[in-house]
Design a protein around this ligand. Structure first.
Ligand SMILES: [Ca+2]
Length: 98
């Protein structure tokens, strides 16, 4: 039986794959895939409006947008690989320790 941490790591990987496969390169997240992932899977970090067209205009979105922008400038690509995704998640987690 998997431990709580093993299950959490598996979930992080599975969710990345689920969204990365939606379009473009199936091994990376295009920016729209990343935003959809955050809208649907990171609700706690995204104070969405009741509007279903909710945009990431929120508390942590500024951090998220800046990180995504920095990552894209760093490697010049317009998509985010798994290690870059982990960088964003860890930055968000570090900013929400309590
Ligand atoms: Ca993709």
């Amino acid at each position: 039986m998997a431990t709580k941490l093993e299950s959490a790591v598996k979930d992080i990987i599975d969710i990345f794959k689920q969204y990365a496969q939606k379009g473009g390169n199936p091994n990376t997240l295009e920016i729209e895939e990343l935003k959809e992932l955050f809208r649907r899977e990171m609700k706690m970090f995204c104070e969405c409006h009741p509007d279903p067209a909710c945009t990431l205009t929120l508390t942590h979105t500024d951090i998220f947008d800046k990180l995504a922008e920095i990552i894209m400038k760093m490697d010049g690509s317009k998509d985010i690989d798994f290690s870059e995704y982990m960088t964003i998640l860890s930055a968000l987690a570090a900013g929400n320790e309590s």
